[in-house]
Design a protein around this ligand. Structure first.
Ligand code: CUA
Length: 312
C-alpha cells in the first residue's frame, strides 16, 4: 500500500539501495528545472514590464552581443554535460549486476508474470527474494511486449519476445514491492500485476525448500489459489459471465464445440491439454485471444480440475 505523505508526494517509498540514487538524480533535475523556469519566466515578465511602451521612450534596434551569445551557448552545454554524466553513471550502475547476484527468471505472458528460481522452482504472480542481496531479474516474454515495472526499486524494463533483458537491484526493506506491466499488451493489461516479497535470508532458504501446495491444503482450495495466482481470471470467469475465454462455471464434463466443428467432452484429458497446449483445440467463438501455454506440474493441473469440478 502506497501512502502519500510530504516525503513521497512525488515518488513512492524507496525499497532498494539503488532507489535513493535515482531519487537524488530526480530531485536534482527537478530543482534544476524549477530554478530555470522561475528565473527565465521571471526575467521575461520583468522585461515585459520594464520595456513596455510609454511616452518619451523610443525602441532601439538590438545588434549582436558576442559575450552574451557565447555565455548562453556554453553555459547550457556545461549543465547538460553534467546531467548526462550523472544520469549515465547511474544507468550503467543499474544495468550491471553484481557478480554474486541472485538470478531469477521472469517471463511475461498475457496476462501474468511467471518466475523461475535458480533451483528450478517456479511461481506465478509472486516472487520471494532475500533482503540485502543483489538480485538480477532476467526478463523475457512468451507472446507480446510487456514491461516489468517495479516503482519501489525505480526500475522498468521491457519484456520482448525472442530476447532477454534484465534489471538488477538490492532490496533493503522487508515487505512487499508491487510489480506492474507498463506496456499495453491487450485486454487484461491492467490486471497483469505481481508482488515481490522481500524476506530475511533464512526465510528465503526455507521458502525454496517448500513445495507450492500448503500443508494439508485441500486439492480444490489449492486449485482456487492457482486460479488467482496464475491470473486465469483475466480470461476465464467462474460465475458464467462472458470473458476472453470460456467460463469455467459448469464447464467440467460438459460438451463443447471446437472451431473445427468437432464436439467433445471437457474431461480431465481435454483440460490438461488445453492448459499445456492451448491452441490444440479452441472452443468455438474464442479465437480473438490466444491463450499462452502454462507450465504447471501434474499436481497443479489436478488441483485446477478439482476446482473446476466445484463450479457446477
Ligand atoms: Cu503485459 Cu501490459
Amino acid at each position: 500500500m502506497i501512502h502519500i505523505s510530504p516525503e513521497n508526494f512525488q515518488l513512492p517509498v524507496a525499497l532498494s539501495t539503488d532507489a535513493a540514487n535515482v531519487d537524488a538524480l530526480y530531485m536534482l533535475v527537478y530543482w534544476f528545472s524549477v530554478v530555470f523556469t522561475v528565473g527565465v519566466t521571471g526575467t521575461m515578465l520583468y522585461f515585459v514590464w520594464k520595456y513596455r511602451r510609454r511616452p518619451g521612450h523610443k525602441a532601439e534596434p538590438v545588434t549582436n552581443n558576442t559575450t552574451l551569445e557565447v555565455t548562453w551557448t556554453v553555459l547550457p552545454i556545461f549543465f547538460v554535460a553534467i546531467l548526462f554524466h550523472l544520469g549515465f553513471k547511474e544507468y550503467a550502475h543499474d544495468a550491471l549486476a553484481a557478480s554474486n547476484a541472485l538470478e531469477i527468471g521472469v517471463r511475461g505472458q498475457q496476462w501474468s508474470w511467471n518466475f523461475t528460481y535458480p533451483n528450478g522452482k517456479q511461481d506465478a504472480s509472486e516472487v520471494t527474494i532475500p533482503i540485502n542481496r543483489p538480485v538480477k531479474f532476467v526478463i523475457s516474454s512468451q507472446d507480446v511486449i510487456h514491461s516489468f515495472y517495479v516503482p519501489g526499486a525505480r526500475l522498468k524494463k521491457d519484456a520482448v519476445p525472442g530476447m532477454y533483458s534484465s534489471i538488477t537491484f538490492t532490496p533493503n526493506t522487508i515487505g512487499d514491492m508491487q510489480v506492474f506491466c507498463a506496456e499495453y499488451c491487450g485486454k487484461s493489461h491492467s490486471g497483469m500485476l505481481a508482488k515481490i516479497h522481500v524476506v530475511a535470508e533464512k526465510d528465503y532458504e526455507d521458502f525454496l525448500k517448500k513445495g507450492d501446495r500448503l500443508d494439508g491444503e485441500p486439492l480444490d482450495a489449492y486449485g482456487a489459489r492457482l486460479y488467482k495466482k496464475n491470473a486465469c481470471y483475466t480470461c476465464h470467469t467462474v460465475d458464467g459471465s462472458k470473458g476472453n475465454g470460456p467460463t469455467w462455471k459448469g464447464m467440467y464434463e460438459h460438451t463443447v464445440k471446437t472451431t473445427s466443428g468437432e464436439s467433445l467432452k471437457a474431461d480431465d484429458n481435454y483440460i490438461k491439454e488445453s492448459i499445456l497446449k492451448p491452441q490444440a483445440k479452441i472452443v468455438d467463438g474464442f479465437t480473438n485471444v490466444q491463450m499462452p501455454p502454462f507450465t504447471l506440474n501434474d499436481e497443479q493441473i489436478s488441483a485446477l480440475i478439482a476446482y473446476m469440478k466445484t463450479l457446477e
